[in-house]
Design a protein around this ligand. Structure first.
Ligand SMILES: Nc1nc2c(c(=O)[nH]1)N[C@H]1C(S)=C(S)[C@@H](COP(=O)(O)O)O[C@H]1N2
Ligand SMILES: [Mo]
Length: 443
């Protein structure tokens, strides 16, 4: 409606009545005849979009929830802020202190759905690529707005996907920081997507009405013909004979998506499925014995040496009082054992049996049961790992531990020896390894 009005205004302005200038013949990809695949057209684009949408919704919702769990000091933000539209959801779930496995499931879904969407997204871009080269580049005001929204849509989609994958690989060939850019780019992407859906829903309806939703999948190779060129600029005007049927194309793209789903799910679900996680960036072997499970950053990578973690190690716990405890003193306190997952933002998780001193007992030790915040610092060089910050519900949960042992053995150096934090339901990043200081603060 708005678009139609704009379009009309544009056309009715007197200076918009241009003289027909002689146009040079279009060349290369700008010539519509350059694009020859008979598969391209509104039906294929619509089918891929219909498959993409639920995956994008899952990725978006879990992404916002992950942001809630990750940034424990939420600032004013209308989606994930403490008064944001998602606030009732995580309050109802009693997240993060509630269900221990919640973040593992959330982040598993985020990464699996994101990866599953990738082949569909690339196929969709392939299906509509002639539009990128469309000439004239701008036909009307409406066309200009649509193309601008497409630039934001495609740019946003590629940006969130590429930064997400690079983050999993802990590879940062850029100068901006991942969390805010991935987060804010998703707003641009989703806004452009909402606009795109509103604009294209009629096109999709028409494509499905005219071709049937699944009917073109019944055509064999010989029966594969281009749609009517009038249906869209993406349809070839001079199609070549098909080299793959539509169902063949859909099977390859869908198969790739399912394959990625299985591989990415392997590392979140774990157990025997972990062996399928062929693309897992952290590999699939982590040594042997009770400490044989995924390591995010090794002690060597973090620059933590055995001199720092030797017999002279102590942890400094500060509240109303200050206590300095050796590892033996911690072991002499009452120990608790809980089975809890480490659920990394990268999508992998691993559930182990942890033994150590409840954080609540340490709070009591320094007279800080009523503190509002616990900040945990690592031995790791300042600045190279952010301090974990836990709220009252999180550090008072009886399952929250300063863990000393895992699966009945002492922690290995890579898993945070002499002591590390383990809390239920939070992203792995809050489970600080090689703990040096713990500070309870009141408002
Ligand atoms: N000091 C320190 N603690 C840390 C990290 C780190 O890099 N340095 N990584 C965090 C992240 S992102 C995760 S997912 C978990 C991984 O724990 P693991 O290596 O024992 O599996 O540790 C957390 N604790
Ligand atoms: Mo992590």
């Amino acid at each position: 409606m708005l678009i139609r009005l704009l379009d009309k205004a544009f056309r009715e302005r007197p200076d918009a009545r241009r003289l027909p200038l002689p146009q040079p013949p279009e060349r290369g990809p700008f010539r519509r005849g350059f694009w020859r695949s008979p598969l391209r057209g509104p039906w294929l684009a619509s089918l891929l979009s219909a498959a993409l949408l639920p995956l994008i919704i899952i990725t978006a919702v879990t992404g916002f929830l992950s942001h809630v769990a990750y940034e424990t000091e939420l600032t004013g933000n209308s989606i994930t802020g403490s008064d944001g539209i998602l606030a009732p959801v995580y309050r109802a779930l009693d997240w993060p202190a509630g269900w221990a496995w919640l973040y593992a499931v959330n982040q598993g879904l985020h990464i699996v759905a994101g990866f599953a969407a990738a082949p569909l997204l690339l196929a969709k871009l392939w299906a509509v690529i002639p539009k990128l080269w469309e000439r004239p580049a701008v036909r009307s005001a409406a066309h200009a707005i649509e193309r601008l929204s497409l630039a934001l849509l495609v740019g946003g989609a590629l940006f969130v996907f590429v930064t997400g994958v690079f983050n999993i690989q802990i590879y940062y060939p850029w100068d901006f920081s991942f969390v805010p850019s991935h987060y804010y780019a998703s707003f641009i992407f989703l806004a452009a997507l909402a606009f795109h859906i509103a604009l294209k829903l009629p096109v999709m309806r028409k494509a499905f009405r005219e071709n049937g939703v699944l009917r073109p999948l019944r055509e064999d190779l010989a029966g594969t013909r281009a749609e009517a060129p009038s249906a869209s600029e993406s349809v070839a005007t001079e199609p070549e004979p098909a080299t793959i049927s539509r169902r063949g194309f859909v099977a390859v793209v869908g198969g790739t998506s399912v394959g990625l789903t299985v591989m990415m799910a392997g590392q979140s679900i774990g157990g025997p499925l972990r062996d399928l996680a062929l693309l897992a960036p952290r590999g699939r072997d982590y040594g042997s014995g009770p400490n044989d499970f995924q390591v995010n950053k090794t002690a060597a990578t973090a620059g933590v040496t055995s001199a720092q973690t030797g017999p002279s190690w102590t942890v400094e716990v500060t509240g109303r009082r200050k206590e300095t405890l050796t590892r033996d003193e911690l072991l002499a306190m009452p120990q608790a054992t809980h089975e809890l997952p480490i659920a990394c933002v990268e999508g992998w998780s691993t559930t182990q049996t942890w033994t150590g001193v409840p954080l609540a007992a340490l709070a009591r030790l320094v007279g800080a049961e009523d503190a509002e915040e616990l900040t945990v610092e690592s031995l790791q060089e300042a600045g190279s790992f952010r301090d974990a910050s836990l709220n009252t519900a999180q550090f008072s949960d009886p399952r929250s531990l300063l863990a000393l042992q895992v699966n009945g053995a002492d922690l290995s150096l890579d898993h945070g020896f002499p002591a590390r934090v383990i809390v239920p339901g939070l992203p792995g990043v809050h489970n600080t390894k090689w703990v040096a200081t713990m500070t309870f603060r009141s408002a």
